[in-house]
Write a protein of this length. Structure first.
Length: 185
C-alpha cells in the first residue's frame, strides 16, 4: 500500500535518514516538500517523496491567469499556468496601470473584467510580490460578456473591440495579439 503524504508531513529525523528528493529538513526533522508518495528506505537511510513538482515562476516567463479584482491603480490576477511548463500554479500577481499598455491607462477596469483570462509576462518578483505586464502584444486571451457572461469574439465592425454573439454587446479590453488562442492554457 502506498503511503501518500502532503506538504509538511513528518517523515523522520536526520539521525535516521538523509533528506532526499521532495523533502526538507528543519530542526533535525525531515518533512515532505511536495505532495506524493512517501519513500523511506531504512537500508539506504534515505527519506524522499515521489510526486509531481509544483512549477516555480521566474522573471521573464509568460503566464496565463484569471482576473480576480481591481483597485484604483492595479489589476489582481491569479496566475494558473506558466507557458511551456507542465503543471499548474496558484499565485496571486499584480498588473499596475503603468504595466497594462504602452500608452497611458487611467482606469484598469475599462480594459479588463473579472473572469477574463490574461496572458502576461512576469517582470518583477520581490518579497513574495509578483508583478506582471500586459504591454505590447500581451493582454486578454479570453473574455466574457459583462452582461450575459457569454464568451466574447473579436468584433468585425469595431476595431480593437470584442462583441458578444449572444446579446450583441460591444466591449473594450486590452486584447492580446493571439486573442482566442487558449490552447497553451
Amino acid at each position: 500500500m502506498e503511503d501518500k503524504v502532503m506538504i509538511g508531513d513528518y517523515l523522520g529525523t536526520i539521525e535516521e535518514f538523509v533528506p532526499g528528493d521532495g523533502t526538507y529538513q528543519e530542526d533535525g526533522k525531515i518533512y515532505a516538500a511536495k505532495i506524493g508518495v512517501k519513500n523511506v528506505d531504512p537500508a539506504k537511510h534515505l527519506a524522499e517523496v515521489k510526486g509531481k513538482d509544483i512549477p516555480t515562476m521566474t522573471v521573464g516567463q509568460t503566464i496565463f491567469g484569471e482576473v480576480v479584482g481591481f483597485r484604483t491603480n492595479m489589476v489582481t490576477v491569479v496566475a494558473e499556468k506558466i507557458q511551456g511548463v507542465k503543471g499548474m500554479v496558484d499565485e496571486r500577481t499584480t498588473i499596475y496601470v503603468s504595466n497594462i499598455a504602452d500608452q497611458y491607462v487611467e482606469k484598469p477596469e475599462e480594459l479588463f473584467a473579472i473572469g477574463d483570462i490574461v496572458k502576461a509576462k512576469i517582470i518583477r518578483m520581490e518579497n513574495g510580490v509578483v508583478d506582471i505586464s500586459t504591454k505590447g502584444d500581451l493582454g486578454v486571451v479570453k473574455a466574457f460578456c459583462k452582461t450575459c457572461r457569454y464568451p466574447l469574439v473579436m468584433s468585425a465592425k469595431h476595431k480593437d473591440k470584442l462583441e458578444c454573439p449572444s446579446c450583441s454587446r460591444i466591449e473594450k479590453r486590452k486584447i492580446a495579439v493571439d486573442y482566442g488562442n487558449v490552447s497553451d492554457v
